[in-house]
Write a protein that binds this ligand. Structure first.
Ligand code: C2E
Ligand code: CA
Ligand code: CA
Ligand code: CA
Length: 278
């Protein structure tokens, strides 16, 4: 091959070439994931202060024929860039709503809320609200059991449009949480304008609770702010009893993390719930 000067030389760098083709292979494989029925939802339980399961977060997994079970960190970004996130996100929503519909028939599951992660590109679809409404209707799911997790940056990107979309769904009963709260702009002004149900404190702040005073202050501030705005708070990534106790002492109401339970396949979650004392 002819070697040129300047930027084009990079094209001949073999490691770069390898990275490009690895990514292309990932995209090609990901295109097959939906038609080949390789996507799975895992569920991680959410607990109230009394230790009861009040909800679960749906977390995507990819059962790849060669690589095994792939975590979302490995493919969500690529799915976003390639727009594959749109059909994938729609599948997640439809599957989550079907689950809620199915749970209505089962006493030990009928009041469990389901939190679903929504990506920026998915939320930006003009008919996003209609898609969610359709999924709920098709499945016969109660809308207030569905919580959509949005990130701060997603909402802030186009505040006016975001608020309009959220209101459409909020009036039907769908709830909204700000995911990874504290990692973005954390502007009080926008919080009061959004039809939010709760804030989800990011794992990075929970990690050093009780050891790093700056994180203690951030978490106390978030909890105080939420109390004044009458928002619920859930903490993610709770791994130790000390973290749990600190959060509880400052008014956190709901917990999710390895201290309580790891994400598990849907059937395992249903079985686990059946075995729990009511
Ligand atoms: P996230 O929304 O912040 O989800 C929480 C992540 O923390 C999950 O990783 C969960 O398994 C993990 N986690 C939960 N408890 C603990 C803990 O105690 N300790 C530690 N170290 N980790 C904990 P996961 O399942 O790998 O998901 C990673 C990210 O992928 C999610 O972060 C979310 O942003 C994204 N994601 C997952 N499912 C979907 C989906 O259906 N759609 C979209 N758009 N994104 C998704
Ligand atoms: Ca989340
Ligand atoms: Ca999160
Ligand atoms: Ca997070």
């Amino acid at each position: 091959a002819k070697v040129q000067r300047g930027n084009t030389v990079r094209l001949f760098d073999p490691s770069m070439q390898a990275a490009v083709s690895a990514r292309a292979r990932l995209v090609a494989d990901l295109k097959e994931a939906l038609p080949q029925d390789q996507l799975r939802l895992y569920l991680q339980p959410q607990f109230n202060a009394e230790g009861q399961v009040v909800g679960a977060e749906a977390l995507l997994r990819w059962q790849h024929p060669g690589r095994g079970l792939v975590a979302p960190g490995q493919f969500i970004a690529v799915a976003e860039e390639s727009e594959l996130i749109v059909p994938i996100g729609r599948w997640v929503l439809a599957t989550a709503c079907e689950m809620l519909g199915r749970w209505q028939e089962q006493p030990h599951l009928r009041d469990v809320c389901l939190s679903v992660n929504v990506s920026a590109r998915q939320f930006r679809q003009p008919d996003f609200a209609a898609q969610v409404a359709q999924c709920l209707d098709d499945a016969g799911a109660r809308p207030h059991l569905l919580e959509l997790e949005l990130t701060e940056s997603l909402v802030l990107e186009n505040v006016v449009e975001s608020i309009a979309k959220m209101h459409q769904l909020r009036t039907r009963g769908v709830r909204f949480a700000v995911d990874d709260f504290g990692t973005g702009y954390s502007s009080l002004a926008y919080l009061t304008r959004l039809p939010l149900h709760r804030l989800k404190i990011d794992r990075s702040f929970v990690l050093h609770l009780g050891e790093r005073s700056s994180d203690d202050v951030v978490v106390q501030t978030i909890l105080g702010m939420a109390r004044n705005l009458e928002l619920d708070v859930i903490a993610e990534g709770v791994e130790t009893q000390q973290q749990r106790d600190f959060l509880g002492a400052h008014g956190c109401s709901t917990y999710q993390g390895y201290l309580f339970a790891r994400p598990m396949p849907v059937e395992q979650f249903e079985e686990w719930m059946r075995a729990r004392p009511a």
